[in-house]
Design a protein. Structure first.
Length: 513
């Protein structure tokens, strides 16, 4: 591939796919070798976009066909196949126009409309290849989610990389229905039903990796939109020491997870790594001498030695009903995917009172808010005080790319925030990423956790029983050693692990608390 050549825009690829240069080659040839002739440069060379390294034989064939040397530029394969498919969809129909004067006009119901055509379109090789390449490129970029969104102009493809969405491709509206139908067929969903949300799952194998795709569809103004959540079963469960906890926080949390009974809660918004932390904790205490049972929605990773139960509301297996059954199976440790309601919370508390260690998650902004959330659910404060051992709030922040990270000069306000977080100016080493191929130009590669651990002390238990306001709980926890989220985040920025911009993005609300 030739370095330094600007990558053509998506619209340029679509124009190239219908140009006379491209029509000299068959669509099958273009698809098979994932290439598109773009133009003839001033030096007389043919510029060709390719999704991968071209075989020398293919380059020779192009030289002979166009009778000139060839220059190759690299373009994402999905964009090339999308342009080829677009050209096929826009090609003129050569059949004569039928006489409609005496024809009957039949109105189809929405469910009947072109259902067979949808199946046929979704089964076309270009559509299958485009969907496969979209998934493969998401894996290549370490994306956690792929968003396939219907817009007025067509399909918009975005990838969530390190917690942030990035535009990767746009495809014309002509084959919007075909691409979405292909995804729904893969997930065994009803392609005729486009009025209500649907959820499904796809299991894939890529070399020695086993992947799960959780597929969720949603009707919108311009058609259905689909989100694919990628779960890499081959990635394995991470160790507690790899999550990014400060050493003191990790040591305290490890002591909590080895308690014989009680409740340990992990809180944070969706996508903040709560489940990863719980799996790491379970792996640390998973020995032959204990029985661990989990109830999850869904089971994201399978751990040897654990009995893992997926929630199935359609079959009547909710968190609460499964938790009741679990208690009759003599567990030592129980993990409940989420405390969603009062019934689940009360059963978990009864389990803790009868000598079990219970792990679960809550959706709260910080650790002290977990206490008030349980009380708001209707759990008596004295039961919360008697059972909860600790609460861990967390977020995920992007890490400065190692390949292009360099020292940076922060503002005076950023230095002050870092100093307030316990990082004196003499120890501050701020860094930023310039942007490179390794980080796709973002300056970040990978994520690390930032944590706020509140251990229930006698003083805090008294405040819980006395129904103290949240502000008083939060202040009391700080006085007893809890490091707030924003403070822990600024310490990571001062150490050069992340940037001030990332701290503000992830912990802005907590800094105002």
């Amino acid at each position: 591939m030739e370095a330094g050549t600007p990558r053509p825009a998506t619209r340029d690829l679509r124009a190239a796919a219908t140009s006379p240069l491209a029509r000299r080659l068959s669509p099958k040839y273009l698809e098979e070798h994932c290439l598109l002739p773009l133009d003839i440069a001033d030096d007389g060379r043919l510029t060709v976009a390719a999704g991968a390294q071209l075989d020398p034989t293919v380059v020779d064939e192009l030289c002979l066909t166009y009778e000139r040397p060839v220059k190759v530029v690299e373009v994402p394969a999905a964009e090339i196949h999308g342009a080829i498919l677009s050209a096929q969809a826009e090609s003129p129909v050569e059949a004569s126009t039928p006489d409609l004067r005496d024809a009957d006009l039949q109105v189809l119901a929405p469910e009947e409309e072109a259902l067979d055509d949808l199946r046929a379109l979704a089964s076309q090789a270009p559509v299958i290849k485009l969907v496969n390449l979209t998934i493969l490129e998401a894996l290549k970029h370490r994306a956690s989610d792929v968003h396939v969104e219907s817009t007025a102009e067509g399909l918009r493809i975005r990838q969530r990389i390190d917690g942030v969405l990035h535009d990767v491709a746009r495809h014309p509206r002509q084959y919007q229905a075909a691409v979405i139908s292909r995804i729904k067929i893969m997930a065994s969903l009803n392609i005729a039903e486009r009025r209500v949300p649907q959820d499904g799952r796809v299991r894939l194998r890529l070399s020695d990796r086993e992947l799960d795709l959780r597929v969720s569809t949603l009707p919108s103004v311009h058609g259905e939109s689909v989100v694919l959540r990628i779960l890499d079963r081959g990635a394995g469960v991470r160790d507690l020491g790899e999550l990014g906890m400060e050493e003191k926080t990790r040591e305290t949390f490890e002591r909590l997870v080895t308690q014989p009974h009680g409740i340990i809660l992990v809180s944070g918004p969706t996508g903040s790594g709560k489940t990863t932390t719980l799996y790491a904790a379970l792996q640390r205490i998973n020995t032959a001498g204990v029985k661990i049972i989990t109830v999850e929605d869904p089971v994201e990773y399978q751990l040897d030695g654990l009995t893992q139960i997926p929630v199935n509301p359609k079959a009547g297996r909710t968190f609460a009903t499964a938790l009741r059954s679990i208690l009759r199976h003599d567990p030592d440790i129980i993990m409940v995917g989420e405390m969603r309601d009062r019934e689940t919370a009360e059963i978990a508390i009864q389990a803790a009172l009868t000598g079990h260690l219970v792990f679960s998650t809550l959706h709260t902004n910080d650790a002290p808010s977990g206490i008030t959330r349980l009380v708001d659910m209707g759990v008596e404060p004295y039961l919360v005080s008697a059972t909860v051992q600790g609460l861990l709030a967390q977020r995920l922040m992007r890490v400065v790319c190692d390949a292009c990270g360099e020292p940076a000069t922060p503002s005076g306000e950023d230095r002050r925030h870092a100093a307030d977080a316990g990082c004196p100016e003499t120890a501050q080493h701020f860094r930023r990423g310039r942007g490179c191929d390794a980080c796709a130009g973002t300056g970040y590669r990978g994520r690390t956790g930032v944590y706020e651990l509140m251990v229930m002390t006698d003083g805090l238990r008294e405040r819980v029983v006395g129904r103290s306001p949240l502000d008083e709980l939060r202040e009391s926890a700080r006085l007893q050693g809890m490091i707030p989220l924003h403070q822990a985040a600024w310490a990571k920025a001062g150490a050069g692990i992340t940037t001030p911009e990332e701290v503000f993005r992830v912990t802005r609300d907590e800094a105002l608390a």
